[in-house]
Design a protein around this ligand. Structure first.
Ligand code: PLP
Ligand code: ZN
Length: 410
């Protein structure tokens, strides 16, 4: 019995629709496709109260997701991550109501698990056997892991300078893992050719329509976890922008079924100065970005020089009265340390970029002291073992700790 209310896939650019019972990628016009549901039926079939007793992962929202039958759900327990009130960090930055949604607690250590769970489940439902994708690292780790669970063959291509940990994660999960002497965009071209030659499904960001649906659950959770009152500001570290597009889509669907009102958080797209195509487009009032040359930042997850869904990200930012902000790598490392010292949270550099952006926007007066602000920490810092390289004191065996300010008088 089908429990999904998915009706069709729709092009947000030209309006063309596609049959979701077939494998689909992008529109003939080149735009990503969005999943559309029968929201009337959806709204009539589930209540907020129904959610209370359900599983505590993202599949608690299964009416809002595209998978038709339970046995196709490929899950490792992703989602329903905590939203922590970060009072120490808030005090350090000057804010009274600062929260971090900690996506680092997901399987594979990042929110890529949500997209992979939805995408791999749909691949399974549609009978796909081989999946190929380019990655900066984290998406590859997630798709390899969920692919392994589903029994898919995965072919992953990543830059040679991708984090070691990501390479090992893919390899260990049995993915056919390749490195390229180039950028993620070069990896994408290799995947495109392999997809053509061998008939692999090309699961590149936003060429695959269901990853957004997985990431959308962050928006559903933010609404539910705050008692269906959305916060004032949401900051999201933006690479391909899938998370921001997804959160925005979730809130539109929730309003359509009457679970929230018309209030929206102001959406902030955060990027690194070394790769900030969306910020540049926003500052110029443009609807789309242009390829950002020489992309470089230590926050690898947001090193995306041109996103296929850039126009959807910018649309959400404009419509919400939001903004787009770039921060430096130095600010990222500084804010990673501040967050660890004030909250005990080892966040990822992408999340730290959002912390740095929060500080900047508060200083500029764009965020007010008492506003309810949510930072998406998209991954765990444990996936980035080389971000800090402290020189620690080494003691001889039998040596003692000397604390200078406490040693006086002894
Ligand atoms: C992929 C990634 C991002 C960016 O996500 P998009 O949906 O591509 O914008 C941010 N942070 C981390 C840790 C990531 O892995
Ligand atoms: Zn189209």
């Amino acid at each position: 019995m089908s429990k999904s209310f998915l009706t069709h896939l729709e092009c947000p650019k030209c309006g063309k629709t596609y049959d979701p019972s077939q494998v689909q990628t992008v529109c003939t016009c080149g735009s990503p496709l969005l999943a559309r549901y029968d929201l009337k039926k959806l709204g009539a079939s589930v209540t907020k109260k129904d959610l209370a007793g359900r599983r505590t992962d993202m599949w608690r929202y299964r009416e809002f997701l595209p998978v038709a039958s339970e046995e196709n759900i490929v899950s490792l327990g992703e989602g329903m991550t905590p939203i922590l009130k970060t009072e120490g960090l808030g005090a350090a930055l000057g804010l009274d109501n600062l929260y971090i949604k900690d996506e680092g607690l997901n399987p594979t250590g990042t929110f890529k698990a949500r997209g992979a769970s939805a995408g791999v489940s749909m691949a399974k439902q549609l009978g796909v056997k081989e999946v190929s994708m380019p990655t900066a690292g984290n998406a590859g780790g997630a798709w390899s892991s969920y692919g392994a669970k589903a029994g898919l063959e995965t072919y992953i291509v990543m830059p040679e300078d991708a984090p070691d940990l990501a390479k090992k994660e893919c390899y260990l999960a049995g993915a056919h893992t390749y490195l390229v002497k180039g950028l993620i965009s070069d990896a994408g071209k290799i995947v495109g050719r392999a997809a053509k030659r061998y008939g692999f499904f090309d699961a590149s960001t936003l060429k695959e329509p269901y990853r957004i649906e997985g990431k959308k659950t962050m928006g559903l959770e933010i609404a539910e976890q705050f008692g269906w009152e959305v916060p004032d500001v949401v900051l999201y570290p933006t690479g391909g922008g899938v998370g921001l597009i997804g959160i925005w889509k979730a809130l539109e669907e929730l309003e359509a079924i009457g679970w929230i009102g018309s209030k929206r958080p102001r959406m902030v797209s955060v990027q690194a100065e070394g790769c900030s195509p969306i910020v540049k487009a926003f500052n110029e009032g443009k609807k789309e970005s242009v390829f950002f040359d020489g992309a470089q930042t230590l926050a690898g997850g947001v090193r995306v020089p041109k996103a296929l869904g850039d126009f959807l990200v910018l649309d959400g930012v404009y419509k919400s009265g939001g903004t787009a902000v770039a921060v430096t790598d130095a600010e990222i490392v500084e804010c990673l340390g501040i967050t660890a010292r004030t909250e005990g949270m080892y966040i990822c550099p992408e999340g730290a970029a959002a912390v740095a952006a929060t500080r900047k926007l508060y200083r500029d007066g764009w965020i007010k002291k008492n506003e309810k602000v949510v930072i998406l920490n998209t991954g765990t810092g444990l996936k980035y073992p080389d971000i800090v390289a402290p020189r620690l004191p080494v003691l001889e065996v039998g040596g003692d700790i000397i604390v200078p300010e406490m040693a006086a008088g002894q």
